[in-house]
Ligand binder design. Structure first.
Ligand code: URA
Length: 255
């Protein structure tokens, strides 16, 4: 038996040659996603990293939580890649910053603004964080089939939930000068939303020559309000999971 990876607590025997990983941030979401797979079971749970395995179309699929933000995501992607995974779909939640985007809609990230620190430890900031076209085609087709409104575009992926996303409902109630007005700037530059993990995932997958994509349920629209409602989180989460499961079904049926 090969050694367990230090954070995910997985080894290559446990993952049964899985090449595909679904990546929610929240460990609590992992069993909810895994119940959509055949024969799913928990493999490991260490710190923020919970992993289940199951099957779709006879292919082994992992569901692994990344925790919040770039540093913990980089560890999850790094150790999954070391184990042989090469296809990743992040399933997350997001705050929209364009008026036209509705609560509960999903955003399919075409590329991410790298406001994270982790991806810069791998590759210079000039390198783009882009989703793989096969993953995004599958995500978009799945959302259309399910009748879930989807928006494809650029995500601003920030290391922080408060200042990096220009939130003033924080302890200090102050955002440093260089980030003041940043939300309006991203709106004007046609970015769709804020979240916290896609820049790290997409950059790492890019430099590894792997495929990654990202589907995010809209839990708040920052052009209307700052308050996040728990009933909307549940619906938006469900929509993002349904789209991701539809996409992984399509991808695995062709391979
Ligand atoms: N996740 C984020 O990073 N920002 C939001 O506004 C909502 C979810």
């Amino acid at each position: 038996m090969t050694a367990l990876k230090p954070h995910l607590h997985l080894n290559s025997e446990m993952i049964m040659d899985a090449k595909y990983a679904l990546l929610p941030g929240d460990p609590g979401r992992v069993p909810k996603i895994a119940e959509r797979l055949e024969d799913s079971k928990q493999l490991a749970f260490n710190r923020e990293y919970c992993t289940y395995i199951g099957k779709i179309n006879g292919k082994s699929i992992l569901v692994t939580s990344t925790g919040i933000g770039g540093p913990s995501t980089s560890i999850a992607v790094e150790e999954l890649a070391q184990l042989g995974v090469n296809t990743y779909i992040r399933i997350g939640s997001t705050g929209a910053i364009q008026k036209r985007i509705g609560l509960r809609d999903v955003i399919i990230t075409s590329g991410s603004v790298r406001l994270d620190g982790a991806s810069v430890h791998y590759v210079p900031i000039e390198y783009p964080a882009v989703a793989h076209y096969q993953i995004n085609n599958a995500l978009l087709n799945a959302s259309e089939e399910l009748g879930i409104a989807a928006h494809v575009g650029v995500t601003v992926s920030s290391d922080t939930f408060y200042p990096g996303q220009e939130r003033y409902d924080s302890h200090l109630g102050y955002v440093k000068r260089s980030l003041q007005g940043s939300m309006e700037e991203w709106q004007k530059l046609n970015a769709l939303n804020y979240e916290m993990e896609s820049a790290t995932l997409l950059t790492m997958a890019g430099i590894f020559g792997h495929r990654a994509g990202c589907v995010l349920g809209v839990i708040v629209n920052r052009t209307e309000q700052e308050q996040i409602r728990s009933d909307i989180i549940k619906d938006a989460e469900e929509n993002a999971i349904n789209v991701a499961i539809g996409a992984i079904r399509k991808i695995t049926s062709n391979e």
